[in-house]
Design a protein around this ligand. Structure first.
Ligand code: ATP
Length: 362
């Protein structure tokens, strides 16, 4: 019997709708050929263009659509010249994180053989690790509410037991799943600055407490500065890294750099009951409307969505399709044909997406 899953779709701004359209087409074709599930898509209008047209950036109905969905697919959002009267940018993706308690920002960093990377990898080495960035507190806790006087400025870093315990449980479960599916060796590294800040010693103590429940997994610690060095010197040694919000913000861009740029960097923001899947890049207004945007980060985010739905609903047919979709993008990238300009090719968005569909054909 077919299982149905509802997916809320935020089409985004700038190149957002251009990369979402072929992604939905791929998902329709995948699910159309799989007898075990069906995806239903519901549009959730929001974002900078929507604000410019209607005066509303994130209608309550769209939040409701997201809340009721099994998963949320979100394209690049925000436009630099469309802002609230106080000058801040329109970012429903950040509202979603807060409203739905999406504490785990998941950023896979994968460089397969044949894929271009600024590093020269030793023979036989591939990069395949996942960075988990706590996404609701840390140094972003006072975001937009820091205190600034004439003489000083103050922001607060918050680490809570409630969120940290959920975060570490999630990290170890992910490492276990990667080990079970032979993608990782079962190692979790806590990235902190526990030698300097008491808040990070607290963070680390909760990591150690969770580690004690997983004797079959390897758990270790690394300072954030050393981690930046090792991500360049020996990134193939990492499996799952888990860290605070600001450290994760910075390291995830370093991870995208290892993958040859933002065009191949997918992400997920995951909570206990909801998850949003979105590309790491922004809405690229400089190339919007030209049909040349790279759709791969969006497509890889959709692949993560299928894998996550499969895992949380114990539905192997979905997980398999997610894996197949990710591998199809990896093959197209390794072939080096039909790549968009940011990856050194000359293909348009549609051609790049079509070659992923070709790879999926039996
Ligand atoms: P944000 O702050 O919203 O994350 P940003 O200012 O970092 O955005 P992006 O919109 O991510 O900027 O764009 C940065 C550069 O990368 C731009 O030159 C843009 O054209 C390019 N870029 C981003 N995404 C893509 C993509 N999918 N395909 C091709 N080029 C892209």
């Amino acid at each position: 019997m077919k299982k149905n899953y509802d997916v809320a779709v935020f089409h985004g701004d700038g190149i957002g709708p251009e990369i979402m359209a072929p992604t939905l087409e791929i998902l329709r074709q995948l699910s159309g050929k799989n007898p075990s599930y069906e995806l239903a898509f519901s549009d959730a209008p929001a974002g900078a263009s929507h604000y410019a047209e209607t005066g509303e950036s994130f209608p309550a109905g769209s939040l409701e659509t997201a809340r009721n969905a099994d998963a949320i697919l979100l394209s690049a959002m925000g436009l630099p010249d469309v802002r609230y009267p106080d000058g801040t940018e329109i970012s429903p993706q950040i509202d979603l994180r807060k409203q739905l308690g999406l504490f785990a920002g998941v950023r896979p960093v994968k460089v397969s053989s044949g894929q271009t990377t600024p590093l020269s990898l030793p023979n036989g080495k591939e990069i395949d690790f996942v960075l988990i960035r706590e996404s609701t507190e840390g140094l972003f806790f006072t975001q937009g509410a820091g205190e600034v006087t004439e003489h000083e400025a103050r922001e607060t870093l918050l680490i809570t037991r409630e969120v940290s315990e959920k975060l570490f449980r999630f990290a170890f479960e992910l490492a276990q799943n990667r080990k079970d599916t032979r993608r990782g060796r079962g190692r979790v590294t806590c990235v902190d600055k526990a030698n300097v800040f008491r808040a990070f010693a607290f963070f680390r103590s909760m990591f150690d407490a969770e580690a004690a429940h997983h004797p079959e997994l390897q758990a270790d610690h690394a300072y954030v500065d050393a981690t930046a060095l090792w991500m360049v010197q020996k990134p193939w040694e990492f499996d799952v890294l888990v860290t605070e919000n600001m450290f994760g913000d910075i390291l995830s861009d370093l991870g995208a750099g290892l993958m040859g740029g933002l065009g191949l960097a997918p992400s997920a923001d995951i909570g206990l009951n909801h998850a949003v899947f979105q590309p790491c890049h922004g809405s690229a207004p400089d190339i919007a409307g030209q049909g040349i945007a790279n759709p791969f980060a969006m497509i890889l985010s959709a692949a993560m969505m299928l894998e996550w739905l499969g895992l949380t609903h114990d539905h192997p047919g979905l997980s398999n399709d997610g894996e197949r979709l990710r591998e199809a993008v990896e093959k197209v990238t390794a072939n080096g044909q039909n790549l968009t300009r940011d990856l050194g090719g000359s293909a348009g968005t549609q051609d790049a997406a079509s070659s992923v569909l070709d790879e999926l054909r039996p």
